[in-house]
Ligand binder design. Structure first.
Ligand code: FMN
Length: 321
């Protein structure tokens, strides 16, 4: 998620689930081809399985970026056909590409021609006030014929005329039925539903109708949810026993990054919500956001934050005598 997640956020989420597939935020072809490609492509091997999401519309540029992503070791390339921001529309990529299925198909074909990893598409169910599923079906027909067999579908239209990106994630109504119907119409394709999903029970319900579920905001703002994913959805043992265990499992990564010169806050900012709902959560957040900025702050701060969380908890919930 743009302006929210990065490689540190993904690495932290990987502590909470070994099985969930992680996605980068959208990276434009321009950023990769003319910017600091190494910085955008960088990820930790523990992040696998990890997909790089591209934003772009020129088949030749997409192909060059797909090659870079495959060479960097990504497991999948995902093309963004769902982002509604103005910045993105002016560059002719994101959700406005739903109106240009042939161009998206050319992009998919160009990427498939230069790499062996799967090329997938993330899209919406429609654009503007058109509530028919025709545009989605046309896009799926064209791009599946070009070699894409997996679609992540945010179950809302993108209203390209006047809503902010944030409003476009909240105001157009969720219509999961359109995504479920797509799976019934195209059982040969892998269909993943996205949008407004907040619990593992909801995930289980969707999995009766589609092949997968993508979590966006809930994974970031309530990361502890992810600690239940492996057990509830894959039948694997949970990778961490407790939130404190998750923090400690993340510490070696944090220590290595700090030693390499990464500011501690680059990692701690993604951990602020880990204690969501617990008594003492505020003390945890305060320690991570304020004290982590102090010069010389290092990984030990995480241990202190756990102690402060416990102290604050004990003060709020007095232990039984
Ligand atoms: C701050 C923010 C940035 C986002 N950036 C991206 C992005 O880069 N690529 C993308 O496909 N979706 C992006 N999204 C959309 C989410 O991936 C997701 O499709 C949407 O929020 C609906 O799912 P959710 O209700 O589970 O969050 C972003 C969402 C937020 C809140």
């Amino acid at each position: 998620m743009l302006d929210l997640t990065d490689r540190h956020a993904r690495r932290f989420l990987r502590v909470l689930s070994r099985r969930a597939r992680l996605y980068t935020e959208m990276i434009t072809t321009g950023a990769l081809l003319f910017g600091d490609a190494d910085r955008f492509l960088r990820f930790d091997p523990a992040e696998h399985p990890v997909a790089l999401q591209l934003g772009g519309s020129e088949p030749a540029d997409l192909a060059r970026c797909a090659r870079l992503a495959a060479d960097a070791g990504y497991d999948e390339i995902n093309l963004n056909v769902g982002c509604p921001s103005d910045r993105v529309q002016s560059g002719r990529f994101g959700a406005c590409l739903m109106a240009e299925p042939a161009r998206v198909a050319d992009g998919v074909a160009a990427m498939r021609a230069v790499c062996d990893i799967p090329v997938t598409v993330k899209t919406r169910i429609g654009i503007d006030r058109d509530e028919s599923a025709e545009r989605l079906h046309t896009l799926v027909e064209a791009t599946s014929a070009a070699g894409c067999d997996t679609f992540i579908v945010h179950a809302r239209n993108a209203w390209l005329d006047g809503l902010s990106p944030k409003e476009n994630r909240e105001i157009p109504p969720l219509r999961y039925g359109v995504v479920h119907q797509l799976k019934r119409d195209r059982p040969d394709l892998t269909i993943i539903v996205n949008g407004g999903i907040r619990t593992l029970d909801e995930c289980r319900d969707h999995l009766l109708a589609v092949d997968g579920v993508m979590l966006g905001r809930e994974a970031y703002y309530n990361p502890w949810l992810m600690a239940g994913v492996d057990e509830a959805l894959y039948g694997d043992p949970a990778p961490v026993e407790s939130r404190a265990d998750a923090v400690r499992q993340f510490m070696p990564y944090v220590a290595a990054e700090v030693a390499a010169g990464t500011p501690l806050t680059a990692m701690t900012r993604h951990m602020l919500a880990l204690m969501l709902g617990l008594p003492g959560a505020r003390a945890w957040r305060r320690t991570l956001s304020e004290d982590a900025r102090a010069p010389g702050a290092g990984v030990d701060l995480l241990e202190s934050a756990l102690v402060r969380l416990e102290e604050a908890r004990a003060a709020i919930v007095p232990r039984a005598a």
